[in-house]
Design a protein around this ligand. Structure first.
Ligand code: PLP
Ligand code: SF4
Length: 471
């Protein structure tokens, strides 16, 4: 299974498995982290997991099986210690324990992702950065940050259904995921309670789903439903069929999208959970018969997350005519360099995943160290556009805090790089309102950083930005 597709066999395209990854020439900026540089076509097919003490003896059949992956999912520091043993220092585990105590998301990571972390240099590793919070790297939240920064609960006519845009809505059928990302925008609802947050409860009950279906059917202008995180991977085959058939059966609904992080964290499921993939394929085929559009939306943030397993999984989906788009989150130290973002976009395109969006990191609690200033997104967009096919070029957007929806990063009405304040408007979503976004304080000059510590100065900086937006 693992090397079954000759087109994607490394022998046919690039150096054989286990060879050193060849460096690619740097674009215009030196890379900011010390990952091995890989050409976008060079996908790992070595037995990389054998470097992790607990997986040393796992065969490729075991490591390639989704049930084995699920059984070995790590959800506590104790388990992580047992898995990694002496591969990392005691100081690292202590840093992690303290980080988790201050984090909005519980710990949950698949063996596959864990084994892709470079454990000889975990501090700077882009996968470690996304899933394992370290106290030594956390920063104070921005003073303007609010819980549920996107205001999803305010735009929810039914618990777990966000209807913000005229013709599309977001349905959260259940609250769990195959992993928990540190930076989850829905940390208010997704995952287990943590020391920091008691979650809103969105259980997968028939009553709540029926309420959501009834609402969707009652809104003739709704055409497009996103079935989102919690994760489609955590819905059973039967649930996928129920949701798919119910939605496609409504005359107003023309498009549905199943959102899953799964392709990134557990591509093995696509290769070995046939009942699940058949259910998804069935809904896609039903959509085709009804002349409706059913696609999968996924979430990769770094080229290291894409391996031979991913290519094989996407190969299987392509054979079945399942289209996949990717929504990436821009993160400091993960993908905020030109090299990293360009490589990710090319590698996604290579395995038939269409890069759709790159989101500026939302203002969510506990992850200030991952946020980037708006100008970084603007710069990356200029460099990525033109690097490959236009239909594989993502839109760089900011989901405006307060419920303004997604706005192109180049369309701020005002952007003051000194205060880090930008002002957006969203005439088709919430006409007449202004939406503010704030660059991380640590990205500002020291004089401006000091001004942000004073409430009166804050107010003056914000009033000034709003007045300029009116001018
Ligand atoms: C992102 C989002 C959608 C889908 O928006 P697209 O730009 O079409 O991908 C729908 N509803 C809500 C609330 C969203 O946040
Ligand atoms: S997979 Fe998506 S919904 Fe789940 S924790 Fe990660 S970002 Fe949040």
């Amino acid at each position: 299974m693992h090397t079954s597709n000759p087109v994607l066999d490394p022998e046919h395209v690039d150096p054989p498995a286990n060879s050193a990854f060849p460096p690619i020439p740097s674009l215009t900026e030196p890379s900011t982290f010390n990952q091995p540089k890989t050409d976008h076509r060079t996908l790992r097919r070595d037995e990389f997991w054998r470097d992790v003490p607990a997986y040393e003896k796992a065969t490729s059949a075991e490591f390639g099986d989704h049930k084995w992956q699920q059984r070995h999912t790590v959800t506590s520091v104790k388990q992580l210690r047992e898995t990694l043993g002496s591969r990392v220092t005691e100081a690292f585990f202590e840093d992690l324990e303290a980080g988790i105590a201050h984090a909005p998301m519980a710990l949950r990571i698949s063996p596959y992702l864990l084994a892709l972390i470079d454990w000889s240099a975990p501090m700077a590793d882009p996968i470690r950065t996304q899933f394992l919070p370290l106290r030594s790297q956390q920063q104070a939240d921005h003073p303007m940050l609010r819980f549920d920064s996107l205001n999803e609960r305010e735009d929810s006519p039914v618990a777990g259904l966000t209807h913000r845009y005229p013709d599309k809505a977001l349905f959260l059928p259940q609250p769990s995921c195959p992993v928990y990302c540190r930076f989850c925008t829905r940390s208010y609802a997704v995952g287990n309670d943590t020391d920091v947050i008691e979650k809103m409860k969105l259980p997968a009950t028939a009553a709540r789903w029926e309420e959501a279906f009834a609402y969707i059917a009652s809104q003739p202008q709704l055409e497009d439903i996103v079935i989102s995180g919690g994760d489609t991977y955590n819905l059973s085959a039967g649930h996928i069929e129920t949701i798919g058939r119910r939605l496609l059966g409504m005359p107003n609904i023309r498009r549905i999208r199943f959102a899953t992080k799964g392709l990134c964290v557990l591509p093995q499921k696509i290769l070995t959970d046939n009942a699940w993939l058949d259910a998804l394929t069935g809904v896609v085929e039903l959509g085709r018969k009804l002349h409706k559009d059913v696609v999968v939306h996924t979430h990769f943030n770094h080229a290291n997350e894409i391996t031979g397993f991913t290519a094989d999984a996407l190969g299987r989906m392509t054979e079945r005519g399942i289209h996949v788009r990717c929504q990436t989150v821009l993160q400091h130290g993960v993908n905020d360099s030109i090299d990293a973002m360009t490589l990710l976009v090319r590698r996604l395109s290579f395995i038939n995943v269409h890069p759709y969006y790159v989101y500026v990191h939302d203002m969510v609690p506990g992850v200030e160290d991952l946020r980037t200033p708006l100008h970084v997104a603007q710069k990356l967009e200029r460099h990525v556009r033109g690097a490959t096919a236009g239909f594989n070029t993502p839109s760089f957007v900011l989901d405006a805090p307060g419920g303004g929806g997604k706005r192109d990063v180049h369309t701020a009405d005002v952007y003051d790089r000194e205060t880090g304040i930008s002002v957006f408007t969203a005439p088709s979503v919430k006409a007449g309102r202004k939406f503010l976004f704030f660059d991380p304080i640590s990205s500002l000059g020291s004089d401006w950083q000091r001004r942000w510590t004073q409430p009166a100065e804050r107010r003056a900086m914000i009033d000034d930005a709003l007045a300029r937006a009116d001018a």
